[in-house]
Design a protein around this ligand. Structure first.
Ligand SMILES: Nc1nc(=O)c2c([nH]1)NC[C@@H]1CN(c3ccc(C(=O)N[C@@H](CCC(=O)O)C(=O)O)cc3)C=[N+]21
Length: 283
């Protein structure tokens, strides 16, 4: 027995097919969506992610704007670029690619993004709205995980979910999404202080591994038939490794591969956030 693969790449392509006519309609109405990226420095990983986002925009007809800044750019110069994007009507949403170099203070920069142009759903106002149950752009990776589970009919209502990792982009916000009435799951948020991780994971119908520790989730920890989503990526001597050990595919009912799982879904949700914000602007 081998698990069903939760194919994030194919699902992303299906979502792009759904977005394309919506973008065309917005363009017709004079409310063309435009996504900007702010990239600081020349980290090859970040450059490749940003390039992928611009290719995605081209595929669905979204105009995209690149702001690439040198590694030693000053805080004030980044602020000036953000102010320019906040004022630019052609930019309806944007992201500041993370991580930023250490000499920059990320918090005040992320807060400087006009909340109505927050494409990541990670602005403090967006996260606050999520807690309050108000409409806001949703964090892309958590939203992508839920969308992937829904499209493969993995039941969420009443499901026991173990989230592993309490990071700002995945672990912390996904509990907020999954415990809404619309998802209705029960969530245990595990982290380095969790006394018995194996025990918490073993009880789960759905495991979301976002700790950034290679092969942390092993086959013996997984309930047969459970859905296991691999969010982590680490560089090891043996190459890139996810948080989920490859043997888990023999026990699980559903597995998201890495690459090809949650990463492409994150990009699909970024574009969905941009299209939805433009649709709100269009009334
Ligand atoms: N402001 C901000 N927003 C982000 O959403 C954000 C960020 N900063 N910083 C870095 C992380 C990482 N991230 C990925 C998104 C897609 C893939 C992805 O599509 N990966 C492909 C492989 C891509 C390749 O091969 O290069 C896959 O998993 O199949 C990976 C990583 C978004 N992040």
């Amino acid at each position: 027995m081998s698990a069903t693969i939760l194919d994030g790449k194919a699902t992303k392509d299906a979502i792009f097919d759904e977005l394309r006519p919506r973008v065309a309609k917005l363009v017709e109405q004079g409310h063309a969506p435009g996504l900007a990226t702010v990239l600081v420095g020349d980290d090859p990983g970040s450059q490749s992610y940003v390039r992928a986002k611009h290719n995605d925009c081209a595929k669905v007809g979204i105009k995209s704007i690149r702001k690439d800044l040198p590694a030693d750019v000053s805080q004030a110069d980044v602020e000036a670029v953000l102010d320019e994007l906040n004022a630019d009507p052609a930019c309806t949403g944007y992201i500041v690619q993370l991580p930023l170099p250490k000499h920059l203070d990320a918090g005040p920069l992320l807060e400087r993004i006009a909340p109505e142009k927050d494409a990541d759903g990670l602005h403090p106002i967006s996260l606050g709205r999520l807690v309050l149950g108000e409409e806001a752009p949703l964090p892309c990776t958590p939203r992508g995980i839920i969308e992937l589970l829904r499209r493969y009919d993995v039941p969420l209502n009443g499901a026991q979910v173990a989230v592993v990792g309490r990071g700002i982009t995945v672990g912390r916000p996904i509990g907020l999404l999954l415990t809404r009435r619309s998802e209705n799951a029960t969530v245990t948020l595990c982290h380095t202080g969790t006394r018995d991780l194996a025990e918490e994971v073993r009880r789960a119908d759905i495991v979301i591994a976002a700790a950034g520790k290679p092969h942390l989730i092993t086959a013996d920890m997984v309930k047969p038939g459970a859905a296991v989503l691999d969010v982590g990526v680490s560089r090891t001597d043996a190459g890139l490794a996810g948080d989920v050990h490859p043997d888990v595919v023999e026990v699980a009912g559903f597995v998201s591969p890495n690459p090809g799982g949650v990463g492409p879904m994150t990009r699909a949700m970024l574009l969905s956030n941009v299209v939805e914000a433009a649709e709100r602007n269009a009334g």
